[in-house]
Ligand binder design. Sequence first.
Ligand SMILES: [Zn+2]
Ligand SMILES: [Zn+2]
Length: 383
Amino acid sequence: MGGAKTMNKKELKERLWDAVDEYEELLRHIGTTLYEHPETGKNEYKAAAELKNILSRQGFTVTNPVEDQFPTAFEAVKGSGAVHIGFLAEYDALPELGHACGHNLIAAMSTVAAVATAQCCSEELTIHLYGCPAEETEGSKVYMAQKGLFDDLTAALIIHPSDRTMIGGTSYATHPLRVTFIGKAAHVADKEYKGLNALDSLVDFYKRLKELEETFDKPHLLGCIITEGGTAPNIVPDRATLKATVRALDTDYLENVMLPQIKALAAEVAKDHHTPVETEHYEPLYKNMINNAALNVYFIEAFNALHEEFGVYEEEDAEGSTDVGNVSHVTRAAQPEIAIGYHINAHTPEFATAANSDFAYIQALTGAKAMVAVAAEVLFEKR
Ligand SMILES: [Zn+2]
Ligand SMILES: [Zn+2]
């Protein structure tokens, strides 16, 4: 089609919204298809195949630049413009709960936004749809960001389903840590050989970690569980393991203050008890989310124009953690939330039910319209 160049911004937005309306069936199709076949992180073969088919049929070139690590990832590209817009799709479900985080709707909104934008302005924009698996677990966006896949983007957009429509805020940087003390086994009744009790080391570490936490003066979270503490009470434990979620609003503070001190404490405890320690990050670093101020304003304007009521988070408001944070450290990014129901929490059966409701699809259509409106704003930025 083209011709977007001759339109003003308002005309372009109207045309983009008409295009999104034309794809309402497609939006519902994606949402329900993924909902009815929930696949957990790295197993999203059906979802990825479905989305890749849709995008190929719409003239997108589909590749997978992170094939080795994430077979269910992909990047679909269409257009020849100097301004590059990235729409991020997620499609992993939760074990037992299915689409209780509403990622089926994220896939639907981002795909329809990409297709509609490509239909209206493929000469002015280069449109990227990123298929991002395993948001709940390994965070494919971490690797995609490391590989430079988002470096050429002018903006990256994604909307997450929620129990309210909200713009802004942030997310915690998180870098999960496993700490294992290695002792020496012995029978507790052995009169000669006492062994080395790894659990004693771990319990001491746990107590001292709580003291250390008192000294962390920037916004952070620390949660620990003991996952291994011996096999039988009559055997001195030769291994004891703790898993910790370590989070901070500031990635730098997490990586350069908290974690080095926690690892140093583990080494100190190991020395005190003569039980060596191993520390390992069992999941990658999710950086804090930086919602770009200009993109936030575009979303505010878009939701206003679409008569979607919304709230705005304070800059330091954070709930969970997301690998979209890593994208936001390499390009301008925004991830607002859109209401798909009320008084429901993500990762619950109630949220899963809401994620396939008629209201959710009405809201997802609004979400897709907000995304294309923001793309239009980005296109019309002075540069
Ligand atoms: Zn989730
Ligand atoms: Zn989610």
